[in-house]
Ligand binder design. Sequence first.
Ligand code: MTE
Length: 326
Amino acid sequence: MLIKRNPNGIDLPFPSEITPREVVEGRRAFLARAAATAVAGTSLWEMLQREALAQGAPAQKLAAARNAALSTTENPTSFQDATHYNNFYEFGTDKSDPAENAHTLRTRPWTVQIDGEVKKPVTLDIDRLVKLAPLEERIYRLRCVEGWSMVIPWIGYSLSNLIKQVEPTGNAKYVQFISLADRAQMPGVRGRVIDWPYSEGLRMDEAMHPLALLTVGMYGQVLANQNGAPVRVIVPWKYGFKSAKSIVRIRFLREQPKTSWNLLAPEEYGFYSNVNPNVDHPRWSQATERRIGEGGLFTPKRKTLMFNGYNDVASLYTGMDLKKFF
Ligand code: MTE
């Protein structure tokens, strides 16, 4: 703030230069957060960038051609809803917690370690990973096991592009996705809701299916932190919890990996977790769903579709009892 010397020799600010109280308080809060994150090892520059984002500065744009063949024509959920109604337990268990807390996530520098049963293990810098294949926009339905759904224009490329690069061996039967678990950046990780790090997995043929999307953006820009920046997977025919966020490691395995929700409550969350209106979760019916942002309390729910409507994947499960392998 500029201070002018007035004729009496007393230093006073001009009224127009007096900073409004809420701005001062905002700055005080900012300085307190800056001090806290300095301790956590964040530079002031990173802190300023993140504050700018939190205050609604435009996020980095990401160009991608729409893949119409793999996109639904349903209306996308609003950006506001998609970024403010989230599950990301590393930032808290309430739906509003990730939007409030995820500004502390540092998404650069970021690497993804890819190892296990592959001929070419590699640790990829995120900026190389983003450029590994042409980016596509795909508008997918996302159905959460809790009974709600959204329609989101994601940006990324088929996970199979990355898998082919590392050349899995014949022993690779499963892929595991491991999320970042950093207590300094993620307040939720200080609690023991989940046995961190968040872990999810797919069978190899599921991971190779063209619909499985390695995702780096949404709504024409880079992923919002609360949606799993800088890289996550989206597996649209499975319940949302299979789509791990903020991935730091991808492992190729002989055996089915242990996955977070299955470890926590095996009778509630199976490894497969394909969207299936005929197999109820012990606490929630899976027959219908509420589309976030659609209508009010009395709006009829939508019927949930087998495989979330992605019938193409049915052949992956031929001969399997999907009530047993839920
Ligand atoms: N990934 C991590 N690392 N941590 C989480 O808590 N929640 C899952 C999934 N991926 C979760 C996660 C759940 S339950 C859902 S429904 C989706 O992310 C939500 O994704 P969205 O917030 O982008 O809609």
